[in-house]
Design a protein around this ligand. Structure first.
Ligand code: FO1
Length: 324
């Protein structure tokens, strides 16, 4: 069974990690195997930006560090045990330092930027970095082209990191715009992963600013259109539990866009695309309403506090897709 997971930052990375640790049924060989190319994670790059001349890909790095066991357990992003000497020195020279870039993390951005300047694509640079960190699963940026998530707010239109990190997602959202979406294309590697996939899983990432940018790249692809037309499973795990986002501004965004945040609201957002929906026990009263959107449902524990939780959720999702 070939699984393609779509992921943004911290929540997506946790489920993706669980998937790498979960035996995925392999009908072709009648046995269960781990990893080994059966899992591809397509990652949002709408949050990417340039910082002091470096190409920063926060979601690619969050997924990479999480799978490599290097992520900072307190924040979910950045590296565990990192120091901030460089940032402090930069600040002393009068530079802004609102984006907290650690010293070890900096090496990733320098290496990525160096590879891009040598003419490598972001996909190739990501493969070199993930292989160097010992990751077996394939991590793919959603596109190699320029694609930037822009947030139209009561304080004007803001680049994503300006909205998210600098202004700590306090501005009121009016609209989200994907700059470059008209010309950006899914890569051959992304299209090939979809062509080979038996199931696509939308990880519990922000629907508006993590999953939608990836879908904006996938939806025009012949491979994705064919995948959906054949009714192959597209499963989504709700990032909203008990009306709250597990992390980040998803619930606040729903409210500001005029929708009461709930697992049902997430299902409605994905209606017409998603075939299988996974919601938390706490939201079980919404199961029937979600089924009435034409989705099969699984009610289970979706909050991932430990690595064991990640594996359990990944297992449940795989079993649910496989048996339904
Ligand atoms: N998120 C923050 O809230 N504050 C930060 O200072 C910050 C720094 C940072 C550095 C490297 C990196 O890879 C990610 C970082 N993030 C930070 C997270 C990130 O910007 C967001 O979580 C994502 O863009 C949303 O998925």
């Amino acid at each position: 069974m070939n699984i393609v997971a779509l992921a943004g930052g911290v929540g997506g990375a946790k489920l993706a990690h669980g998937l790498t640790l979960t035996p995925i049924p392999s009908p072709l060989q009648g046995e269960e195997r781990r990893g080994e190319g059966m899992l591809t994670i397509i990652v949002n790059t709408g949050d990417d930006f340039e910082w002091h001349g470096l190409h920063i890909s926060p979601d690619l790095d969050t997924v990479t560090y999480t799978l490599a066991g290097l992520a900072n357990p307190d924040t979910g992003w950045g590296m565990a045990g990192d120091t901030f000497e460089f940032l402090g020195a930069l600040q002393r020279l009068g530079s802004e330092a609102w984006f907290h870039l650690g010293d070890r993390d900096l090496a990733t951005h320098l290496r990525r930027t160096e590879l891009l300047r040598q003419g490598k694509t972001l996909t190739e640079a990501t493969a070199i970095i993930t292989r160097a960190l010992g990751i077996k699963a394939t991590i793919l940026p959603m596109t190699d082209d320029r694609f930037r998530t822009m947030v139209e707010t009561d304080q004007g239109e803001l680049e994503f990191q300006e909205y998210f990190v600098h202004r700590q997602w306090q501005p009121i959202i009016k609209r989200i715009r994907f700059d470059g979406a008209e010309t950006a294309q899914a890569t051959p590697q992304v299209r090939n992963a979809i062509a080979q996939a038996d199931a696509v899983i939308l990880c519990p990432s922000n629907p508006f600013v993590s999953i939608d940018p990836i879908l904006a790249n996938l939806k025009p692809c012949e491979e994705f259109i064919t995948f959906a037309r054949f009714g192959k499973p597209i499963a989504a795990v709700s990032p909203i539990v008990g009306g709250q986002a597990i992390k980040g501004p998803a619930a606040k965004m729903f409210l500001e866009l005029g929708v009461e945040p709930s697992a049902y609201a997430v299902a409605q957002h994905y209606a017409g695309l998603v075939t299988h929906f996974i919601l938390d026990q706490i939201d079980r009263d919404q199961e029937n309403a979600i089924q009435s959107l034409g989705m099969k449902t699984l009610v289970t524990d979706t909050i991932m506090k430990s690595i064991d939780d990640r594996v359990k959720l990944a297992n449940s999702v795989i079993e649910f897709i496989n048996e339904n």
